[in-house]
Design a protein around this ligand. Structure first.
Ligand code: BTN
Length: 326
């Protein structure tokens, strides 16, 4: 195990540990411990330092662990997961998986990270990704239907995410087209879908999920929309991230299979039940214009239907974002 991960594992109880004691366990000098902790702090990991006591994390922490994630996946789904790759620090789990997909990685390859230095959101936005504050997870799924058949995939991923959170006892969630999971008006989770392949042929889809868990206030200052996290929603009893990752994969994989076979049709009831904008006055931002109207559900390809002053229009998810009109 890399030394920095070993250090974090030792600190994960949230107690203070002296540099000397850490060095003894790891077989390195006190100075080496200090250098590695300094590098972790420079990368954004919050580590308290107190004279006479040593180093501690602000709170106990369960690091992401491959085996714990695999163990939390429903046995019937586990066979469809190729492997789970865990990183302390990565640019973006979607970017990593995209390059693995181009190198031929199989369907069911998963990447999770404790933090991302270049986390991406939809429409070219950044996704704020501080250390251990959220779940950053990407799943590679290979589809034979071609990129053109993928309309609606983001909606299905949103439904699977909501179902996984519900299974862990999180209540009061809804979906905002195309793929945000919200609690009230506040965003809890977002989904970014990257596609590698051709319109008509086989393609690789990278489904990236970001779920806020315990977002530190300093990092949250950079989030440019109303947000919430699982700690707030559960009164500081957010489920373990390993368990959450396992649950998400247990919901996502069967949903993707069903989508491959029958497109959006089996998901329509769920969408209608959790659609937070249906019947609401909304404002759509497109690359070159903004449009107001009343949301009236989705079509069977997952496009948003909107009644505007000039009749009903449909919008595919690509470069569109939606907010409730003021
Ligand atoms: C959005 O709502 O704009 C989508 C956010 C998606 C964020 C996740 S975090 C894991 C994966 N890696 C990324 O760089 N982005 C996605």
């Amino acid at each position: 195990m890399p030394l920095r991960r070993q250090l974090l594992t030792l600190l994960s109880d949230g107690d203070y540990h002296s540099g000397e004691a850490l060095g003894d366990v790891l077989g390195v000098s006190r100075m080496a411990v200090w250098k590695h902790l300094k590098a972790l702090r420079a990368a954004g990991v919050r580590i308290n330092v107190q004279r006479g006591k040593g180093y501690s994390l602000p709170a106990p922490l369960e690091l992401l662990q491959r085996d714990a994630i695999l163990a939390a996946i429903t046995p019937g789904v586990r066979v469809a997961i190729n492997d789970v790759h865990v990183y302390l620090d990565i640019d973006s789990t979607n970017n990593w998986l995209r390059s693995r997909a181009l190198a031929g990685a199989p369907s069911g390859t998963v990447c999770v990270a404790e933090q991302q230095s270049a986390g991406r959101g939809r429409r070219g936005r950044d996704w704020v990704s501080p250390f251990a504050a959220s779940l950053y997870l990407s799943l590679l799924w290979r589809s034979n239907g071609g990129a053109a058949a993928l309309g609606g995939l983001s909606l299905v991923s949103g439904i699977a995410t909501l179902r996984a959170l519900q299974a862990l006892g999180v209540e009061g969630l809804g979906l905002k087209w195309p793929n945000d999971v919200l609690a009230g008006q506040d965003k809890l989770a977002g989904i970014l879908i990257d596609v590698v392949g051709e319109a008509g042929g086989p393609c690789a889809v990278i489904i990236g999920l970001g779920i806020n868990i315990n977002m530190p206030a300093a990092a949250a200052a950079a989030i440019d929309q109303p947000w919430t996290d699982l700690d707030r929603l559960t009164g500081d009893t957010a489920p373990s991230r390993n368990l959450l990752a396992g649950r998400l994969l247990s919901e996502l994989m069967p949903a993707l299979k069903k989508f491959d076979q029958a497109a959006l049709q089996p998901f329509m009831d769920d969408w209608q039940q959790y659609d937070l904008v249906d019947g609401q006055r909304i404002e759509l931002s497109l690359p070159n214009e903004s449009i107001r109207g009343t949301a009236c559900g989705i079509d069977d390809g997952g496009a948003l239907l909107v009644d505007t002053g000039e009749g009903r229009r449909r919008f595919a998810s690509g470069e569109v974002s939606v907010r409730l009109a003021s």
